[in-house]
Design a protein around this ligand. Sequence first.
Ligand code: NAD
Length: 295
Amino acid sequence: MSKIGFIGVGNMGGPMARNLLRAGHNVTVCDPVAANVATLTAAGAGRAETPGDLAAASEIVVSMLPSGKELRAVYLGDAGVIARAKDGALLIDCSTTDVESARAVAREAAGRGLRFIDAPVSGGVAGAEAASLTFMAGGAEEALEAARPILMAMGRNMVHTGGSGSGQAAKICNNMILGITMIGVSEAFVLGEQLGLAPEKLFAVASTSSGQCWSLTSYCPVPGPVPAAPSNRDYKPGFAAKMMLKDLRLAAEAAAGTRQEVELGDLARRVYERFVEEGHGDLDFSAIIQDIRRK
Ligand code: NAD
């Protein structure tokens, strides 16, 4: 069993680190939020003060951070993970970040002879808890194969998407679909309400018809049809609206870089921008239905 350091044990990282403990690994965690650390130490994990200290004591480092900014802060610099990691360490970042940050960290790691893969996930908090995540992994084949047993303790599928940064490219495109479909599903339920259609009837039809999608069947924005969806617990995330906005901004930046127009992606970004500016960023992204209803 491996000595694994886990950095960032929030909504996703917490249950992912717990699954590594369950699989019998020796896990040490690091997170500035004391309550998040305490949940893991109570489950048997060790604790490190800084990401650098954690890296110095680990064979494998896994991270699950908010964005590329934190990724760079944690991995780069004299006190960072790359500077302090053991020779031969394997570094796996599961956060959703911009492609360039993932590539910058991969380059720095390669400069020290360390293996780094960008392996963002799909499946949400429920997938993290059930160890059923899908990983989209960018990096060298050999690094991916070394990471496979660790990733499979936290998920079910891994797609090798190509070189460094390609996992993030896949994630950004996937989440652009997710943001657009959540708004679409929410508009359909609100329109259905206006037409006198019971939400459970619309769900019964759409979930077995061509309107079927993850936003509907896993994160249904109206309470009732999907008991595990955040809509049943006052839209507690789940996947926070501010995180969805972050991903839609990543899509916009990536599109601008390639000069590819993403009209609906941009519209979805503006819808979530307004929602977050109005102070709802900490609600699950499916709470967008409340915004649509208010209009
Ligand atoms: P979160 O805010 O709950 O967790 C992030 C954790 O990182 C927090 O505990 C925070 O304290 C910690 N952190 C921040 N800076 C740190 C630092 N410098 N050192 C150590 N720890 C630090 O967010 P989350 O919902 O768990 O999402 C994490 C990542 O996973 C994001 O990139 C998100 O886009 C992605 N993601 C989330 C979901 C989801 O459903 N929540 C699904 C797929 C992907």
